[in-house]
Design a protein around this ligand. Structure first.
Ligand SMILES: Cc1cc2nc3c(=O)[nH]c(=O)nc-3n(C[C@H](O)[C@H](O)[C@H](O)COP(=O)(O)O)c2cc1C
Length: 367
């Protein structure tokens, strides 16, 4: 896989998820393996230029992150240009532009998915950024504003001309939000629209089969995985193995899942301090819990987590309680195992209980 001057092994990318894809989570998925390139949460270009502490926290990285893209949003060409130069001066490998965010706060200032509606203006802004830095500039978009305005192929073509090094595309429109099916034909149209640069498809990938299906059907060079990685930080490694060998890796056991949660919490505490780290860990912990089997008690306790030591108490209590659902190896008996996940684009019309990926509640409801 190649993006600009960077060549790397894995064509699987961690998709940016505001509030989640912080340094601790990125380090966790990198340690689990199967991924080389990750992107930060979106960062307001102006806030970064003003050295706003929150913006600086979002771009915080470390030596383990050789290939990191900082995702910027904004619509003022000079600010986007200067913010890209600042990102480069921090030694970061790449800068990504958010052209897909449907949230009003972002589109209202002409950023995010509003950029998909004004191709010339967007191309000019991108040219300014490309000229200002040596690191690759990439763009992340949706298929268009709504189904009557599927501008992604035209935009991708224009951006390639403007010097963008890769396109990330979520196969839904802004109007769709997170509902309905990911449109693989829409992603394919973007792949066909560009000549040289890689297109990375994205949306609803929760299994290695879904990743392979998107790659095979659309011809995209790589895939981005967002929410699927919360459930399952092993998804990159499992998918890479599946793409290489066609074989399914065994599911991680309970002890592995607890070890990864513990590592995630330790990194949260290291990066944010114990109080804030524990508070921030509550959200991802609830996602991990979705794959533990019966876990109501664990969720109830972990969403009030306050200290690192408390986590061990919660796990010990939960492990004891969970034993009633397990076999002699300590793994869940089949009838208690969580239902398999299925991507929207792989569902059959007669699937009785299709598993959609929830969108986290809160201010990001409209992502
Ligand atoms: C909570 C949440 C936050 C997101 N934040 C961002 C973001 O900061 N920048 C961005 O380009 N996309 C963002 N997205 C979109 C994801 O990167 C991705 O395109 C989308 O979730 C579809 O992929 P998935 O089904 O693998 O999650 C966000 C999505 C969610 C659910």
């Amino acid at each position: 896989m190649r993006v600009g001057p960077h060549e790397f092994a894995s064509n699987l990318f961690l998709s940016p998820l505001a509030g989640y894809t912080n340094l601790p989570f990125r380090l966790v998925v990198r340690e689990v393996g199967g991924i080389d390139w990750a992107t930060t949460d979106l960062v307001n270009a102006r806030s970064l230029l003003e050295r706003n502490p929150r913006a600086l926290q979002l771009v915080r990285t470390g030596p383990a992150e050789k290939l990191l893209a900082v995702q910027l949003f904004g619509a003022v060409p000079e600010e986007m240009r200067d913010a890209a130069a600042l990102v480069e001066s921090m030694g970061i490998a790449s800068v990504d532009i958010n052209m897909g965010c449907p949230v009003k706060k972002v589109t209202g200032i002409g950023g995010g998915s509003a950029m998909m509606t004004e191709l010339n203006k967007t191309a000019q802004l991108v040219r300014g950024m490309v000229a200002a830095v040596k690191i690759p500039v990439t763009a992340k978009m949706r298929l268009g504003w709504d189904e009557n305005n599927l501008t992604a192929p035209d935009l991708a073509r224009v951006l390639e001309d403007a010097g963008v090094a890769a396109i990330f595309v979520h196969g839904r429109t802004r109007a769709q939000g997170f509902s309905g099916t990911v449109n693989l034909a829409g992603i394919r149209a973007v792949v066909l629209a560009v000549q040289r640069i890689p297109v990375i498809g994205n949306g609803d990938i929760t299994t290695p089969e879904a990743a392979k299906h998107m790659l095979d059907t659309t011809g995209c060079a790589g895939v981005g995985i967002g929410r699927g990685a919360f459930y399952n930080p092993w998804i990159f490694r499992q998918t890479l193995d599946f793409l290489r060998t066609g074989a399914q890796s065994p599911e991680p056991g309970y002890a592995d899942r607890v070890a990864v949660m513990r590592r995630h919490l330790d990194l949260m505490v290291e990066v944010f301090g114990e109080e804030l780290g524990c508070k921030l860990f509550r959200k991802p912990a609830a996602w991990y819990a979705k794959r533990l089997g019966p876990a109501k008690e664990f969720k109830r306790a972990v969403i009030a987590l306050r200290t690192r030591a408390e986590f061990e108490e919660i796990v010990a209590r939960y492990s004891e309680w969970r034993a009633q659902f397990c076999d002699e190896r300590g793994e869940l008996q089949e009838q208690y195992a969580p239902a398999p996940l299925k991507a929207s684009f792989l569902r059959e019309p007669d699937d009785v209980a299709p598993q959609s990926i929830p969108v986290p509640r809160g201010p990001v409801d409209v992502w």
